[in-house]
Design a protein around this ligand. Structure first.
Ligand code: NAP
Length: 283
């Protein structure tokens, strides 16, 4: 499709955004479905967030992704925030619905879809979730609705405790603790799914893993939500132990797919989005 006067405009806003994979992923999806839509990236500083969001309304943009450092602050400028995003305290997607801005969080459902689509997720499973930051919260909210047992471990245990407490009514058996080698070692033999939602192992500290390799086992599914690098140290260690690995790029693609469906009400062309996103790593 050619960009013209009727094109619908979508954007990611954050700082920095120049390495974001979202424009490539969503523009590939628009092209595949022959939608007259275009997705761009805008660098917005914290001081400019309010005026940028007012601009979104005046310019008539159709949808937004929100990235660091605005995922929490953006809620102050939206007309509505859906219940999951409100509970998590993080908005990563905004629908502009006839001038009304509605905030969503697609990270949790994206992570769970990535696991399910890779054939790993069932209700009887126990998950150990490392981290209690924005992404971990979103995953914990979604996972605790379906899982049998969820253990949240964080460097700052108070945050994990607070998160666990907020999930009590969701059905799963939830406990929390410190992210220490001893506790991870104790939990691992009975764990089915290990998710790293800390930033340990992210570029430029790519050689690090949040857990020692000797505690990993072949019955585990390991999802490291970090996608830079694509193949993290934890993912390498897990593969070497014969564990199933779901990459962070899968979560990125599925959270993008959920956002695409919120905006367009059309099924997201997952394969096209995956191919376009993975192609960026070959450059
Ligand atoms: P965040 O809110 O800043 O949380 C960071 C988490 O990492 C906290 O739990 C923090 O623990 C922990 N942490 C940081 N440094 C640590 C260290 N040296 N040792 C142990 N724990 C450490 O960040 P976020 O938004 O949740 O993002 C976390 C990671 O997920 C990032 O790498 C991000 O790129 C990735 N992510 C991926 C996707 C995807 O679609 N695949 C989506 C969102 C985020 P404390 O609480 O103790 O500080």
């Amino acid at each position: 499709m050619k960009v013209n006067g009727k094109s619908r405009v979508y954007a990611i806003i954050g700082n920095p955004v120049d390495h974001s994979l979202s424009p490539v992923m969503h523009n590939a999806a628009f092209k595949e479905l022959r939608l007259n839509s275009v997705y761009v990236a805008f660098t917005v500083t914290s001081g400019e967030l309010k005026t940028a969001i007012l601009g979104v309304k005046s310019l008539g943009l159709q949808g937004l992704n929100i990235t660091m450092p605005h995922k929490h602050a953006v809620m102050n400028y939206l007309d509505e925030v859906d219940v999951t995003a409100k509970s998590v305290g993080v908005v990563n997607t905004v629908l502009c619905d006839h001038g009304k801005l509605i905030g969503y969080n697609t990270d949790g459902s994206g992570a769970i879809s990535a696991l399910q689509e890779n054939g790993v997720y069932t209700e009887e499973k126990k998950m150990v979730l490392l981290g209690a930051g924005g992404a971990a919260k979103a995953i914990a909210y979604q996972a605790s609705k379906d899982l049998d047992e969820l253990v949240i471990l964080n460097r700052t245990p108070e945050k994990a405790k607070k998160l666990a407490k907020s999930l009590k009514s969701f059905g799963a058996k939830v406990k929390s603790g410190t992210l220490s080698q001893e506790i991870v070692k104790t939990e691992m033999p009975t764990t089915d799914i290990l998710v790293n939602a800390t930033s340990v192992g992210m570029y430029p500290n790519s050689g690090f893993s949040p857990v020692p390799s000797d505690i990993l086992h072949s019955d585990l599914c390991v999802m490291d939500i970090i996608y830079n690098p694509l193949n993290t140290q934890l993912a390498k260690d897990a593969r070497a132990k014969g564990a199933k690995v779901v990459s962070g790029i899968e979560m990125l693609i599925y959270q993008g797919a959920v956002a695409f469906e919120i905006w367009t009400k059309l099924p997201a062309p997952i394969e096209v989005m995956r191919k376009a996103t993975l192609n960026e790593f070959k450059k």
